[in-house]
Design a binder for this molecule. Structure first.
Ligand SMILES: [Zn+2]
Length: 463
């Protein structure tokens, strides 16, 4: 993603660097303002609001288009259909177009025009939207979803509110103008949720607020008291929820690196201990990871699709068994003394022997030749250790909660199935066995059966 953004910046030759302060020229009309966001260029902003780059530059007295930074407040000359300060955000989980218009005290067609969508069905969670800056923070003012069979008047009484105050703050045309499932602000309540969530859920979020090819998605669910049996499904993969130390429920799921960007359904369902069932569904946005391409030559027999499929199925079977215990603590450490030195990155689209780029690199290749030590990057339990045709001498470590790590092409394996390993422990030696064109360590991480960017596990601490 970062690579993609920077390449766009370079393409347009209008990158935004130095911090400065925007100003409106005296005597000018009161134009709306837009706060520059990461990834923006003056050109892209001018296009978005239907003006020329020159007009935008002139109106803001920008001497050097390269001197605008993130957070710079730009006046938008000639834009008369909206006023005030505007900002970008993404559609959160559990919001609807109606709830968003209330939250930002604006109109649906204005958000649509600012954000460039024509139908609310485009508004998947994670979809980039432009909204008036500020808005009502739902943690400042409680919200509640309208149950079928409960009138607004009844909700007002239950929450000790004046129905006309509720009507006003929710921009309703009358107390009759609320529909089941609608999410209303209720002054005086300090319940942070539930947004569009069913009442047992107080918060549902996922890190980054959108799904990215090859990344580890982390879903967090907070409950209103009562414990619950949660399950979920995303992109055809079952989500496994585990309760953490804080009482939050967490599910980790890898997003396949070749998954076509677009909208995909997320569903979460559950049953509370008193037997109440609920089901939550929302479309979520999946965006590109911006991966590169490479061409590789190998022995032809190693490209046999049947061979490849049966070995993948074998690995898949092993990583399907989810251990409900978390073995790892904190960040992972590099599995190689050649930390930071890579032959090939995760996610790279690959052509073997001149084929189409239908293959991809499912791991991270470390430099360092035959005999270099391989370390366990985190605590876990060995679930496979032995020779495979494509992967060569291979080891798989279960780190718990559906997280596994794999080490391929080894010259020697120093662990056995069932062994508990500690972070930093030597588990084998680098080699050139299997489908490999030169000795190296191929390291991969699988989350919910899907290979993910291993560098993220070195950089971030996963719950
Ligand atoms: Zn590799």
């Amino acid at each position: 993603m970062k690579k993609l953004i920077s390449s766009i910046l370079i393409l347009l030759s209008v990158s935004l660097f130095v911090v400065g302060a925007g100003y409106a020229q005296e005597g000018e009309p009161d134009w709306p303002t837009y706060s520059v966001q990461p990834g923006d260029t003056l050109y892209s902003i001018s296009q978005r609001f239907g003006m020329t780059l020159d007009e935008l530059v002139q109106a803001n007295g920008v001497a050097d288009p390269n001197s605008i930074s993130v957070g710079f407040s730009l006046a938008l000359p000639g834009v008369e259909w909206v006023s005030g300060a505007l900002t970008n955000t993404t559609m959160p989980l559990g919001e609807t177009l109606r709830s968003i218009t209330r939250r930002y005290q604006t109109e649906a067609n204005l958000i649509a025009r600012l954000s460039g969508f024509v139908s609310p069905t485009q508004l998947a969670a994670g979809y980039p939207i432009m909204v008036p800056d500020g808005g009502i923070q739902y943690w400042e003012l409680g919200r509640m979803a309208v149950d079928s069979g409960t009138s607004l008047l009844e909700m007002a009484v239950l929450s000790d509110n004046n129905p006309w105050a509720i009507k006003s703050i929710n921009r309703l045309s009358g107390t009759w103008d609320s529909i089941p499932g609608d999410i209303l602000f209720l002054p005086g309540t300090n319940d942070p949720g539930p947004g569009a969530f069913p009442s047992p859920i107080s918060q549902l979020s996922f890190d980054g607020n959108s799904l990215v090819q090859g990344k580890t998605a982390v879903f967090r669910v907070a409950l209103n008291g009562m414990p619950i049996d949660l399950s979920g499904n995303l992109l055809g993969q079952e989500l496994h929820f585990f309760e953490d130390d804080t009482g939050e429920y967490i599910a980790l799921q890898g997003i396949h690196v070749m998954m076509t960007p677009g909208q995909y359904p997320l569903s979460i369902s559950g049953e509370s201990t008193n037997g109440a069932k609920f089901n939550f569904n929302q479309m979520v946005l999946l965006t590109t990871g911006g991966y590169n391409f490479e061409e590789i030559s190998v022995d032809e027999y190693l490209l046999d699709p049947e061979l490849s499929a049966s070995e993948t199925a074998f690995i898949n079977e092993i990583v399907s068994k989810v251990t409900p215990e978390k073995y790892w603590q904190g960040k992972f450490v590099p599995p190689s003394p050649y930390a930071g030195l890579y032959n090939s990155y995760f996610g790279t689209r690959r052509s073997f022997n001149g084929s189409a780029f239908t293959y991809y690199h499912g791991g991270l290749d470390y430099q360092g030749g035959t005999g270099v030590q391989i370390y366990a990057p985190a605590a876990g339990r060995v679930v496979f250790a032995g020779p495979l045709t494509i992967r060569g001498n291979a080891t798989l470590i279960d780190h718990g909660l559906g997280v596994f790590s794999g080490y391929w092409h080894q010259s020697e394996i120093h662990v056995n199935v069932g062994d508990r390993v500690e972070q930093g422990q030597v588990i084998g030696l680098v080699g050139n066995t299997g489908r490999s064109s030169g000795a190296h360590l191929h390291w991969e991480i699988l989350v919910g059966k899907i290979q993910v960017e291993p560098l993220d596990w070195l950089e971030f601490e996963y719950p």
